[in-house]
Design a protein around this ligand. Sequence first.
Ligand SMILES: [Zn+2]
Length: 400
Amino acid sequence: MSIEFQFDAQAGTARAGRLLTPHGEVETPVFMPVGTAATVKSVPQDVLEELGVQILLGNTYHLYLRPGVETVRTLGGLHRFMAWPRAILTDSGGFQVFSLNELRKVTEEGVTFRSHLDGSSHFFTPESAMAAQIGLGADIIMAFDECTEYPADRSRTQASMEMTLRWAERSKKYFEEHKREVPWNQYPVPSTQRQEKGAVAGNWVLGTGCSTQSLFGIVQGGMDLALRKESAERTVGIGFPGYAIGGLSVGEPRERTREVVEATLQYLPSDKPRYLMGVGTPEEIVEYASLGIDMMDCVLPTRAARHGLLFTSEGKISIKQARYTEEEGPLDPNCGCRVCRRYSRAYLRHLYASNEVLAQVLNTLHNLSFYLDTMRRVRHSIRLGEESRFLSGLWSQPKP
Ligand SMILES: [Zn+2]
């Protein structure tokens, strides 16, 4: 078994359901916190479990450079290495290669790039990106694609899309030939982790030697709606258990992102999970869930938290501002997270101003709680059939 996807409620174009993975169940629509280097910065794994995180994202590019795929594979794969018994998704490394490397060189065969750590030269191909993701051993892995830059003219966008399609076929071929090599089949998870996983995820059993990863395809096509349609149809033609919409949030206006997502979604099969990569703000994740997106990820809640930018039911707060120096109330009176239950705005402001490590920890905890709660309310609203609440009542943002 690899994954199964079922949705049991619909409201308009939105749907709520569950994704069953070899490492437990994920309720959808889901927001996936980003754990770039096998850690969601400043938050221990047991706290992520308490927050109700069911799936994390790891970045292949970063893990490939440090500690290295072979190290993680030898230690039993990412789940065992980072002591995280629940589901994991890794990206293919393509996006980081394109966004972090100005000196990259792209050919039909693959991409040559330099490490941002030490300047050393590396080469990713669809095959080596699959080998890396199989070695890391996430539940869901992504085809190697080229994220088309923005802006790009039509001929450039089309050529890039065609190469991504050829790379998708090569990714799938390599994956099908090597998927039995996933480390969790060779290294059973320790019994304590297995018991814990059993407690949260019913009868899903690890280390039985018979489960495999799932490879998702990625739709490209830039901002061109006709190319998006063609990319979606031909990617579906190759055949994957789930589909991602890539190449967005690359600098285009927000209205354009929505337009492309809406146009692309209609060509993706409704019985497969649909993953929008790299979005967004709390308002945006609600909006995309209402359009029928099932999975999203973004560094925004964790990165913003480290810069003192906090999302609340009353709008965004920059906790560094002097106006909070003597505010005794909680960060968000409508948030039940452990930070809002215990600490004042004044204390959080003091921690941030003093550059205390705890500021990052608490700010990240609140922002993640806020995102996860938002998605919980979205799923609840879909089950109640109250689609309209997504964009009006559920998320209202008066200025603080
Ligand atoms: Zn809170």
